[in-house]
Design a protein around this ligand. Structure first.
Ligand code: FES
Length: 457
């Protein structure tokens, strides 16, 4: 397999602030242009120039009604200079503010770039997209000076060379990452089907996957115990397209034998864990979508699909090639059709308003400030899930009861004279306050998105 490289690299200066210029070589996955510091960096500030027409002003006193117009002939004249914005230098960042332990995502016009320090402390700058499936590299992390994409864990050296693909090789005994084996067994106009399993299981735990167009995907696994008894695990993914770059996923799991732990823990606990999985990937999927829309080319020109773990991705895109022409818009493996209208953008609240509107969603709120933000777990999951919204209401109620009781006990502790009673009342108030805090944390757990800390300290 040819070694993948990061796509475009950019020139940087050794000055502070660091200057940036675009390398005008269209490098896609294969080629890396050596970074050279220019001998004489140029630093241009953007200026707004004044209109060049001549204004005719009536300055005589009492000359009201005098016209202040730019000469119409001058207005028509457009002077076009030979000037290339992409050949100029732009300030990127202060050197001292470039993090030592994390990549930094920046933009220059519509170029998204990632800036970081490699193992030698050398500043590296690349297009902010992973050559595998376009996730933002600035969302990744630095591992021993290598830039790691957080989507599937590919790692890149400072020269852009990919040096680790977890899906292809077992890299260490402590990692569970390992090759998966895939086989497509059926292809029709209505979808495809196949099997997949872990290499180290030797084909004993083979999953059967089927994609039934347009939006049903069951995955079944047969498990045979040491006693020869067979059990079955099944996951069904139902997907409804809800707009450009958006879909609603309904997931159902079924087992013939369940661990007692699963039935003891409440449903909201499992749901908030399930939400985490989607939240980890949502940012990558959105940046992937953004690049597809910007580049307007089929996925074969942008993805570096692995023969193993990307089998279903490639199969799905190839199926799109067959049927996508009838869809409102699609990105296939070799074909695309672009949307005719731009996507609807929900104006969602931010900061403290977002927190309030997530906990107390208002229907028909003031203007667009309370439009539901689908990036927010509350609007994405809780309002659709009866058990989770019931759990939140219970936590809310208990939080209020416990807090109010704690206040009453503290007041009584102030009023009573006996030291023993003071201690008992204050101790109880402290316990109730801790329980109220626990309820608050449980509400947060269910309504806030999971945020991954990117740094392995
Ligand atoms: S490793 Fe970067 S997108 Fe897959």
């Amino acid at each position: 397999m040819a070694v993948p490289f990061l796509s475009s690299s950019f020139q940087l200066t050794a000055t502070s602030p660091i200057l940036f210029s675009k390398v005008k070589t269209p490098i896609v996955h294969k080629h890396f242009k050596k970074r050279t510091a220019p001998t004489k960096p140029r630093f241009h500030l953007l200026r707004c120039s004044a209109a060049s027409g001549t204004a005719v002003v009536d300055q005589t006193e009492g000359g009201g009604g005098g016209e202040v117009f730019i000469n119409p002939e001058e207005e028509k004249r457009v002077e076009v200079a030979d000037y290339d914005w992409t050949e100029e230098w732009y300030p990127l960042h202060l050197t001292r503010n470039v993090p030592e332990d994390a990549p930094l995502g920046l933009t220059v016009f519509d170029s998204q770039i990632v800036l970081y320090k490699d193992g030698d402390g050398t500043l590296c700058c690349y297009e902010d997209r992973c050559p595998h499936r376009l996730a933002k590299l600035s969302e990744g992390q630095l591992i021993d000076g290598r830039l790691e994409c957080l989507y599937h864990g590919w790692q890149f050296e400072g020269d852009g060379k990919c040096v680790k693909i977890p899906q292809v090789f077992v890299h260490s005994l402590t990692e569970d990452a390992q090759p998966l084996v895939f086989e497509v067994t059926e292809r029709t106009n209505r979808g495809f089907a196949g099997t997949w399993s872990r290499e180290k299981d030797g084909g004993n735990r083979t999953n059967l996957l089927r994609f039934d167009a347009p939006c049903v995907l069951p995955n079944n696994l047969e498990l045979e115990g040491k006693d020869g008894v067979k059990n079955y695990f099944s996951g069904v993914f139902l997907c409804r397209p809800t707009g450009q770059g958006k879909s609603m996923l309904i997931v159902r799991f079924g087992v013939t034998k369940m661990s007692p732990l699963v039935s003891v823990l409440p449903q909201w606990f499992w749901h908030q864990n399930g939400c985490k999985v989607f939240e980890q990937d949502m940012g990558f999927l959105s940046s992937q979508n953004e690049i597809l829309m910007k580049e307007k080319v089929p996925t074969k020109d942008l993805y570096l699909n692995l023969k193993s773990s990307d089998t279903w991705v490639a199969e799905y895109r190839k199926w799109m090639d067959k049927v996508g022409h009838g869809m409102p818009y699609h990105f296939g493996h070799r074909t695309i059709s672009l949307p005719k209208v731009p996507p609807v953008v929900e104006h969602a609240p931010a900061g403290i308003i977002a927190a309030l509107s997530a906990s107390y969603p208002a229907k028909g709120g003031i203007g667009t400030m309370h439009a539901p933000n689908l990036a927010n777990r509350y609007f994405r999951h809780i309002i659709h899930c009866r058990s989770c919204s019931k759990a939140i209401k219970s936590f809310e109620l208990w939080k209020n009861i416990l807090s109010a009781t704690a206040v009453v006990l503290t007041t009584l502790a102030i009023l009573v004279v006996s030291r023993q009673w003071k201690a008992v009342l204050l101790g109880s108030a402290a316990l109730l306050s801790a329980a109220a805090y626990g309820c608050l944390r449980a509400i947060e757990l269910n309504t806030n998105n999971f945020i991954r800390t990117h740094r392995r300290l």
